[in-house]
Unconditional design. Structure first.
Length: 509
């Protein structure tokens, strides 16, 4: 190596270039270049074996590695410090080198700690009961040799092993996944009772301890279909091994070696491959042809009706609490009571000049003319709440509670003038509380409000309650009874006892 370093240096290579060429450390190259041939020969003749600092701990390290061959050198170093407080201060690299030397000398290879998972072969599912779905990614070259990342969606019927695959060059979204489901159901001529999935983000937001939170689009889609989505637990892809095998089968048997042209061409070739190979050859596990088994299974699937083009254009939109949706900078009203909570959505279909809004079951709720401006509220007159009739009913109900009380009309007139915005709230309070109070005290309270020019139902009620409480307190008051002894004449003739004036004069002296 010394001669090789000298040779490359003689050709004009610097230390960094020699280091890269020979795979040596740059410091080693510098050291070799600093020595002439005689110095180098003398240096290599000297012993380089130095006493090992960890030699006395060799037996402990050997025993530990024999019992736990999966331990790392870092763990061995920590155990040494734990069991030997007087361990000399050495670099971690020194420990690593010594541990590796012990492994080589005593043939103790490092093995991973692995627990063996026990499997049980499950019986075949019933016809039409279950399907499994998954996503895959593959890099394909095009005619110019450039690589294209292709995404695909796979579904397999668990009993018949009938498969379907759909390719696209863009990553799948919730919307495109729904479209892929529809194409799979159309290919199968039905939909199964259950579909097994991974916890993919385009389908599910959170596992939530079993209360699955699905994405908005997929939740809405699955609730309108016959199948029930079932999601595997995290880090357990083997729960849906059938579709996992199909993903690998598609990559190795169909995609590998092909040249990408476009999505449509790839999907057309995939359908031909499914007929020819994917569903046309005997399955290694069942020893049956998937297509022939599907002819039986399709009779057990839930029917699927192809969605119209208008259904494909329906876009879910969140309903605001004021029964409107926000679309392209404007607000469009919906019928009263459309909003039923934070998860209320409607389906929107936009045309050139009109906007159609449907309920989740695709019933038309309303139609608006599209507005080209921004910041506008576009409403239908039938969406306005008719408050006039309910307000008149409330006024009449309160009027009946006050009876023929003449001062009430004057109070109500002033209340309407001063509290027009809060008139409904004032009347509701009077309707709720006035029956607790006797009419005479209500009348007194109204007179007080009129004299004080205070027109507020809360003040009226509180003042009337105060008058009523004061009246009740007076009625409950009891005059003290005094017992008089003797006749009245004796009481009148009696004289009060008097003091002698001399007593006071004596005290003052």
């Amino acid at each position: 190596m010394w001669y090789k370093v000298k040779e490359l240096n003689g050709k004009g290579l610097n230390k960094s270039q020699i280091s890269y060429e020979l795979g040596l450390n740059r410091a080693t190259v510098r050291s070799y270049l600093s020595m002439d041939e005689s110095t180098f020969l003398k240096w290599i003749s000297e012993t380089k074996r130095r006493p090992k600092k960890l030699k006395e701990y060799m037996q402990y390290i050997k025993t530990t590695l024999s019992a736990h061959p999966y331990l790392s050198a870092s763990q061995v170093e920590d155990w040494l410090k734990e069991h030997y407080p007087d361990l000399p201060a050495v670099h971690s690299k020194t420990v690593y080198n010594f541990v590796e030397q012990v492994r080589r000398d005593y043939d103790i290879p490092k093995r991973k700690l692995k627990t063996i998972r026990q499997y049980e072969k499950l019986p075949e599912t019933a016809y039409g009961d279950q399907a499994q779905a998954d996503f895959g990614v593959f890099h394909m070259p095009d005619a110019d040799g450039l690589r294209h990342k292709i995404h695909f969606f796979v579904m397999i019927l668990s009993r018949s092993r009938q498969k379907y695959v759909y390719f696209q060059s863009k990553p799948f979204t919730s919307r495109s996944t729904v479209d892929a489901h529809n194409q799979a159901f159309e290919y199968f001529n039905g939909q199964p009772h259950h579909i097994l999935y991974d916890q993919d983000r385009v389908l599910m937001v959170n596992e939530n301890l079993g209360d699955l939170i699905l994405t908005r689009e997929f939740q809405q889609y699955s609730s309108g279909m016959k199948f029930e989505p079932v999601f595997c637990r995290k880090a357990d892809p083997e729960s849906k091994g059938k579709v996992e095998n199909v993903v690998g089968f598609i990559k190795k048997n169909f995609l590998r070696g092909r040249t990408y042209k476009n999505d449509q061409s790839l999907n057309d070739m995939a359908i031909e491959w499914l007929v020819r190979t994917g569903n046309g050859k005997v399955h290694a596990g069942t020893q049956k042809v998937p297509h022939q088994e599907w002819l039986i299974e399709r009779e057990y699937l839930h029917p699927y009706y192809k969605q119209s083009q208008s259904d494909n254009r329906l876009i879910p939109y969140k309903v605001r609490k004021d029964n409107t949706i926000s679309y392209k900078g404007n607000f469009y009203t919906l019928p009263l009571n459309t909003y039923q909570g934070a998860d209320t959505f409607v389906l929107l279909e936009a045309e050139v000049e009109k906007l159609h809004l449907y309920s989740s079951d695709r019933k038309l709720l309303t139609t608006h003319a599209l507005c080209s401006e921004r910041g506008q509220t576009i409403r239908n007159t039938d969406h306005r709440r008719d408050k006039s009739q309910s307000m008149e009913v409330l006024k009449n109900e309160v009027k009946e509670l006050f009876g023929q009380m003449p001062s009430y009309d004057q109070f109500f007139e002033q209340l309407t003038v001063h509290k027009q915005r809060f008139l409904r709230d004032n009347l509701l309070l009077l309707k709720r509380r006035v029956q607790e109070i006797e009419p005479e005290f209500v009348e007194q309270s109204i007179q007080f409000c009129l004299e004080s020019t205070v027109f507020n139902a809360n003040t009226l009620i509180l003042k009337a309650l105060l008058y009523q409480q004061e009246s009740q307190a007076l009625k409950q008051a009891v005059m003290p009874q005094v017992e008089i002894k003797g006749t009245l004449s004796q009481q009148i003739e009696s004289q009060p006892q008097t003091s002698n004036i001399n007593t006071y004069q004596t005290i003052m002296q």
